[in-house]
Design a protein around this ligand. Structure first.
Ligand code: C2E
Ligand code: MG
Ligand code: MG
Length: 635
């Protein structure tokens, strides 16, 4: 595991100044030796008489050492060699002094003192040690070669005292430096631990999304990236079946498979929930799709968990830096939209964030903002689509459907904006507004025709999750005087499936008050039968997907017949939606299907239009509708 965050070092400004300063000193000594060596050599050449045989190697040594230290200081990663070269430099200094200065011995001590101070300032144990050794070596050489020079200004006992004092200072210096380094180590250890907690997934031991974002932003400066987001489908049900520990084990296996199959240039991280994130650099554009497909194929092979085989499904959304953005934020957003699209397409799908997707993303952002700024009373209104009882041909109720006319963008379909309103939370105030408005208008209509009309209202799962959802509905009904048993709440399978037990309890609470519950678009979600086991409902609505051409399509016939007889078994009302043709309607007459709804009978219309229809015989409504066929919605 490598954390991107850990690559950032925590060296403070003073610390990096110190390092710079130390290497500048090395450079200065190098240059000093080089220039000194050249000057010294020239001097010797010009005045050969004063030169003895012993002196010749000195200028060469200086030049060589100078070059060596300058070369070393230019090398990257030469941290281990550099101190040794500096040591040679230090040692050479006292030797050179011997040839130039009379009182070399005194100067050696002054130099040692200077080195000692520098070593302490730079907190360098090596420098401390080396400067001391070099002084000792210089003194020893002096002692052997020119004992007289040693005692020009200082007596031998002065040297001994200095040696003792400097040794004590050196040892104290070393102890201080060791304790500083020790504390530093401890500090780094804690920083590292804190970093791990903040930037690492505790169980999978791979970076989390915070580290991933830092990595992506850093990497984007130098290379193009493919950012992909992989999601394990139906994680909640996997979790429900396997429990916490086994789900963790399973995620670990997924991680191992990902690591085994992805290219070496991919940075893998754990996203929120059951998602993994990958950032791939150095790729061939035309191989991207096949590479991801290969990973996916490997991931969907069965997982052996405690002796059982588990088959998992995934989806991948991918975005490319450049066309899809130049920051982790933008890329993540596009990868998420691509992933959403992949999920809509089915299971084990890979979707790349294309331009089309991008423009729809832009659109989504626009719509999301427009929703927040919308004026409910002036931009929104409710239309009603009659629901007809097949046996009597009577309009027994209406379904409320929301309409939005934006001042600039014009009519926006609920099929588009409801999902966005669910994402940005606007569905909560909007849903309340719809319920209140619809109850009010239908109550007025019922009063005016003198017959209680049923009202069906679509409710989003986001609304159910709100605290006080049940109380709010009951309050609205009470305020308007709308009888609870005339209200039907339409929920989609998805909303029922994704809800927690406490939310399903709210549905029970509504039923206890007499409010009816219908499952909208039955059979199009994840687990139609599963829902019936989870919660008690009153009605199922067969969607247009199955009704379309039901008179001629045998598969649709089988599906619709099965759903209708199942509804009968469960003693639920069955309503067929989206009937557009007489033939479709005729087929339904043969089944146990109590209610129908569709353009063939009546399109969604404003409440005044519904009132007119209510006073007409059904045949008249149908002929009215057919004559207005060009207009998709009667409003
Ligand atoms: P839904 O609840 O299944 O509503 C039925 C949709 O089918 C409506 O589309 C309706 O106009 C349309 N429809 C009815 N009969 C026919 C037909 O014969 N042929 C065809 N092709 N279509 C027919 P609409 O009004 O565009 O609503 C689409 C979806 O948006 C609704 O599906 C519902 O899921 C959602 N929605 C609409 N209004 C609301 C609302 O007030 N609250 C919430 N949460 N969702 C709503
Ligand atoms: Mg509906
Ligand atoms: Mg429906």
């Amino acid at each position: 595991m490598t954390l991107h965050r850990a690559n950032d070092n925590y060296i403070s400004k003073t610390e990096s100044l110190k390092t710079k300063f130390a290497s500048r000193i090395g450079d200065a000594i190098g240059w000093g030796n080089l220039v000194g060596g050249i000057l010294f050599g020239t001097y010797m050449l010009l005045d050969p008489q004063i030169t003895t045989f012993m002196e010749y190697p000195v200028p060469f040594g200086m030049i060589l050492l100078g070059l060596l230290s300058l070369w070393v200081s230019k090398q990257r990663g030469s941290e281990t060699v550099r101190p040794h070269v500096y040591l040679l430099n230090y040692m050479l200094f006292p030797l050179i002094l011997l040839y130039f200065i009379e009182d070399a011995a005194t100067t050696i001590w002054s130099l040692t003192f200077l080195y000692l101070l520098m070593a302490m300032a730079l907190q360098s144990r090596r420098m401390l040690l080396y400067s001391f050794i070099s002084s000792m070596v210089g003194l020893s050489i002096l002692m052997m070669t020119a004992p007289k020079q040693l005692t020009v200004l200082l007596g031998i006992e002065d040297h001994i005292i200095r040696m003792i004092l400097f040794s004590i200072a050196g040892i104290i210096g070393l102890i201080v430096l060791y304790s500083i380094k020790d504390k530093e180590k401890l500090l780094f250890h804690y920083i590292h631990k804190a970093e791990e907690t903040a930037y690492l997934d505790p169980f999978l031991k791979i970076p989390n999304r915070f580290d991933f974002n830092l990595y992506v932003d850093h990497k984007l400066k130098s290379s193009q990236l493919l950012l992909w987001k992989l999601e394990l489908n139906q994680f909640q049900s996997v979790y429900d079946v396997l429990g916490h520990k086994r789900t963790d084990e399973l995620l670990l296996m997924v991680k191992q498979r990902l690591e085994a199959k992805m290219s070496g240039d991919t940075y893998l991280a754990k996203g929120e929930g059951s998602t993994f994130l990958g950032a791939t650099s150095n790729f061939e554009a035309d191989e991207l799709d096949s590479n991801l497909k290969q990973i996916l194929r490997y991931l969907v092979a069965p997982y052996d968990l405690f002796g059982h085989d588990y088959q998992l499904n995934f989806n991948i959304g991918a975005a490319l830096s450049g066309p899809d953005g130049d920051s982790s934020d933008e890329l993540m957003r596009h990868a998420q939209f691509a992933l959403d699209q992949a999920k809509l397409d089915g299971i084990n799908q890979i979707v790349f964030s294309s331009d089309k997707l991008k423009s729809s993303t832009m659109n989504q952002v626009q719509i999301s903002e427009a929703l927040y700024q919308a004026n409910l009373d002036s931009e929104f209104h409710v239309v009603y689509q009659p629901q007809i009882e097949l046996k009597t041909n009577q309009i027994v109720g209406v379904e409320a459907l929301i309409r939005w006319t934006h001042p600039q963008m014009g009519m926006i379909s609920p099929g588009v904006f409801i999902e966005i309103a669910e994402k940005n939370g606007f569905i909560v105030p909007l849903g309340k507004w719809i319920l209140e408005k619809a109850c009010w208008e239908v109550q007025m209509l019922s009063d005016s025709i003198g017959r209680p009309l049923k009202l069906a209202v679509n409710v989003s799962f986001i609304q159910i999750r709100q605290d006080g959802f049940v109380e709010e509905i009951l309050q609205i009904l009470k305020k308007i005087g709308f009888q609870p048993d005339r209200l039907e709440i339409e929920l989609t399978e998805r909303s029922l499936f994704e809800n927690r037990p406490e939310d399903l309890a709210k549905i029970d609470a509504l039923r206890a008050k007499g409010i009816r519950i219908a499952i909208d678009d039955f059979g199009t979600g994840y687990s139609s039968f599963g829902i019936l086991a989870k919660v008690q409902v009153d009605k199922i609505k067969v969607p247009r997907d199955f009704i379309e051409n039901v008179d001629s399509n045998q598969n649709s016939q089988r599906i619709v017949t099965t759903i209708a007889s199942m509804a009968d078994r469960f003693q639920l009302t069955c309503l067929a939606e989206g009937i557009e043709r007489l033939e479709e309607s005729n087929f339904l007459h043969q089944l146990i299907c109590q209610e129908v709804q569709g353009y063939y009978y009546a399109k969604p219309a404003v409440i005044n239009q519904v009132e007119k229809w209510l006073s007409m015989p059904r045949e008249k409504i149908i002929s009215t509708i057919s004559s207005e066929a060009a207009d998709p919605v009667l409003e």
